[in-house]
Design a protein around this ligand. Sequence first.
Ligand SMILES: [Zn+2]
Length: 130
Amino acid sequence: MAKYNYEWVKCPDFVTRDDQDNITEIKCKVCGTVIMGRIERHKERPDGTKYIIEQLGPYYNYTEIKIGMQDGSAHVTNGCDKCLRKDLPADRLIELMLADAEDQKNWSNWDIWRTATGVHVVKKGAGGIE
Ligand SMILES: [Zn+2]
């Protein structure tokens, strides 16, 4: 369970994992709407046999933003298309990254992340932000 008091982030426990620690679902950190879940993918073997696998995939509302820091570095995070916008103020960006650091139990970037200046890129769909 999340340890910190968030003012804007309503769902700091946004990642659901199964017994084997595989991620089964990811929610928007802000509002709790599901943005990634298990999706069936239709595959075909070289011999033509068709089969279905289930893997984690983005839903229609999945959105990424690239957050810029004072030192020029950046952090990419995800959420839903309603909550993540270009005009988010720094205190909200810092809450998003606090939730990421808490989920990943990795505070190595925290001194840099807390200097967030603004959102550089908003992109709907998974991947592609550099
Ligand atoms: Zn949301």
